[in-house]
Design a protein around this ligand. Structure first.
Ligand code: ADP
Ligand code: MG
Length: 312
């Protein structure tokens, strides 16, 4: 595919798991700012932070992610949308490392991380949130965030982890509930906790899987602001969201998945008025009507994937 760009050779750049769990990455990988060359001669600064090349994930006969290629530059916010079952969460699982692709390669800072386990990816700065929030119910909010800090940042002692947790809880507006247990939290609070846990790992690439689902309009607006702030601090973000208005307002580019395949990738206004995308969301019958009436998806509120999926 045209956007597959120049592919680093996996043999030169692979990161290998080892028995003791220490990082077997080339030194240049851990500090790219000091190494401005790569084996292909291109400047490292042009190397995408993340690059998927022809990635496929099959579950039996179903290709949940199908020959997907795209790249993400450092500092970008990439929105990913698509109807229910399009393969968005599977894609996050593949990038985060909780699933391995059936075929294809995932590069991070130019190095092959396709087979690297999630904890090793977290140490490299790749961190995800879960669509279904999974707080440790026996722990309070602060302790949950400390788990994130320990998980993502190597060698953090308890005092530092506590400080990180408190800072992050302030940022996500959850400090006043630091001693609440997981089961005492509202949906919005659980989403904030999910963000806080991810932030406590000190991510470079943050994968957000539907962190706004179930939130009120005000809470969505707060979440959008928070994501923008996180991005300003230098964190690259891949965000999956059904709330089109929200994702359009926060993303530099939007990629659309449908039946595991990329059907569009462009700036938000282009993507959301693309007939292919409207049809994927609303079904052919409604899409024709919408196009005739010259209404783009941008002006719709596709907040409920179940409802918008009725015509599929
Ligand atoms: P999305 O997040 O876009 O709603 P998913 O990535 O969750 O989509 O799912 C894509 C497809 O893969 C769906 O058909 C789903 O049923 C299937 N799928 C996801 N995870 C698994 C799994 N672990 N085993 C089998 N099928 C799965
Ligand atoms: Mg999903």
């Amino acid at each position: 595919m045209s956007d597959a760009l120049s592919q680093p050779t996996a043999s030169n750049n692979s990161l290998h798991s080892d028995e003791c769990g220490t990082l077997a990455a080339p030194a240049a990988f851990l500090n790219v700012s000091e190494d401005t060359t790569d084996p292909g001669g291109a400047n490292q600064h042009d190397t995408p932070l993340l690059q998927l090349v022809n990635v496929t994930k099959r579950f039996g006969g179903l290709a949940a992610v199908n020959d997907l290629s795209f790249s993400l530059q450092k500092g970008e916010i990439l929105g990913v949308i698509g109807p229910n079952g399009a393969g968005k969460s599977t894609m996050v699982n593949l990038i985060g490392g909780s699933m391995a692709p059936t075929s294809g390669t995932i590069f991070y800072q130019g190095h092959d991380v396709t087979r690297l386990p999630p904890n090793r990816r977290a140490h490299l700065g790749i961190v995800r949130t879960f669509q279904v929030t999974q707080p440790f119910m026996g722990l309070d909010v602060r302790e949950n965030v400390m788990v994130g800090a320990f998980f993502g940042q190597q060698g953090l002692n308890r005092t530092k982890a506590l400080r990180v947790a408190d800072e992050v809880l302030e940022r996500v507006n959850l400090a006043h509930k630091a001693t609440f247990k997981g089961d005492q939290l509202t949906i919005a609070d659980r989403k904030r906790l999910e963000m806080a846990r991810a932030l406590a790992t000190n991510p470079q690439l943050l994968l957000l899987d539907e962190v706004m689902a179930g939130l009120t309009a005000t809470e969505v607006a707060q979440a959008v602001e928070l994501i923008k702030q996180i991005n300003i601090t230098g964190v690259t973000i891949l965000i999956i969201e059904h709330i089109v208005r929200a994702i359009a307002s926060v993303s530099d580019r939007i990629l659309v998945l449908h039946h595991g395949r990329k059907i569009a990738e462009d700036e938000p206004s282009q993507v959301l008025s693309d007939p292919k995308v409207i049809e994927a969301y609303l079904g052919e019958r409604y899409a024709k009507k919408r196009i005739q009436e010259d209404i783009s998806l941008y002006s719709l509120t596709v907040e409920d994937p179940e409802q918008s999926g009725e015509d599929r």
